[in-house]
Design a protein around this ligand. Structure first.
Ligand SMILES: *Cc1c(COP(=O)(O)O)cnc(C)c1O
Length: 357
């Protein structure tokens, strides 16, 4: 059998599906999952779709000890006329391989991985919710499975895809959040793993998140790990500012995660002839533009929220209210257009959408 033939074992005991008003983020899982194995001798082999089930791993598996693992996150959307579609899955698989390279994990075949996603989503298509703003979150990931306590790359891996129906990110429409600039902890440094979607980055961010949550902030804004001067990201989203009519976002520098949503925002702004620039941005720049009355909008970008407007930014003892704490015009336009393309109600000038069924 070809290494590209996916065998399917149907789940004979499908679960009841949650009501769409019961959906949160990442709490419910569908009836099936995809698994493929890797060994040095055989490469990636035995791709299969099986009933959703626990994994059986050796307690010495490298992933548990040294975190050699990568993941991705994208969504399937149901259109009004009942089609199911993905948003730029090629970008996610391209990034998966970049993360793999950084983590010494063997690359996957990107085209095949997209086929595997489509096949799995097709089998569980009844799990794609159709209430406004809901979607099916897709989590591909790779774990190192060799039982070995030495610090070295694993010789065996599993590539797994699971699916989770998720509720609308905004229950009552797009809504600004309060963000605290993080001055103590850092997320990533150049030369580290910030550019890769790998577990350790998120484990190390929990403490900062927990500390500011107590003070009523939704997320932290990360600064560069060396000088703590340059803006990098907001929580697990990329970040944009509108300053005196120009949209700016930190240039990719080796420690920033290259978001698919970030790229899409930049492409859309260029398409609309709205000035957009990728460059280094200091926190002093942001504060100065705020004092000058030129800080017009700020927002995060990521698959989960699409666009998350920032209504207040706290930096040391200074508090900056942005656009009176309301969603800005560009933020709203980006959100409406992007979600419109995803749900098939807006035209898709870039051919970003990939049909599953
Ligand atoms: C996933 C992620 C993003 C956003 O990427 P999208 O592809 O737009 O979802 C941004 N920053 C970090 C740290 C991330 O993990």
């Amino acid at each position: 059998m070809s290494q590209y033939t996916i065998t399917v074992m149907k789940n004979e005991k499908p679960k009841p599906k949650p009501e769409s008003d019961q959906l949160a983020f990442g709490k419910h899982f569908t009836d099936h999952m995809f698994i493929q194995d890797y060994s040095r001798e055989k490469g990636w082999h035995n791709p299969r779709i099986v009933p959703y089930q626990p994994l059986v791993l050796d307690p010495a598996a490298i992933v548990f000890h040294y975190g050699q693992t990568v993941f991705e996150g994208l969504k399937a959307y149901k259109t009004k006329d009942g089609h199911i579609q993905l948003f730029r899955p090629n970008k996610n698989m391209e990034r998966l391989n970049k993360s793999n390279d950084r983590m010494c994990i063997p690359p996957v075949d990107e085209e095949f991985a997209i086929d595997a996603i489509k096949h799995l989503v097709h089998i569980d298509h009844e799990w794609v919710p159709d209430a406004p703003g809901t979607s099916l979150y897709i989590r591909p990931y790779i774990i190192s499975t060799e039982p070995y306590l030495g610090v070295s790359p694993s010789s065996t891996y599993q590539f797994i895809i699971i699916l989770s129906p998720v509720g609308a990110y905004y229950e009552e429409g797009i809504n600004p959040v309060k963000i605290a600039v993080e001055n103590k902890y850092v997320r990533a440094v150049k030369g580290g793993t910030g550019e890769a979607k790998t577990a350790g980055n998120y484990a190390s961010s929990l403490k900062a998140q927990e500390d500011v949550a107590d003070e009523g902030y939704a997320q932290v804004l990360w600064l560069d790990g060396v000088e703590k001067r340059y803006v990098e990201e907001v929580g697990s989203m990329n970040v944009f500012f509108k300053i005196n009519g120009e949209i700016v976002t930190p240039a990719l520098n080796g420690s920033i995660l290259e978001g698919v949503t970030r790229n899409s925002v930049i492409e859309l702004l260029k398409y609309w002839d709205i000035p957009v620039n990728e460059r280094r941005i200091t926190m002093e720049d942001i504060y100065q533009s705020y004092l000058n009355g030129e800080l017009e909008e700020a927002f995060g970008s990521g698959t989960a929220a699409v666009i998350s407007p920032i209504g207040e930014l706290a930096w040391e003892d200074k508090k900056m209210e942005i656009n009176n704490g309301k969603t800005g015009e560009i933020s709203k336009k980006l959100y409406d257009t992007m979600t419109g393309i995803q749900y098939g109600t807006e035209k898709d000038p870039f051919n970003w959408v990939v049909k599953v069924k």
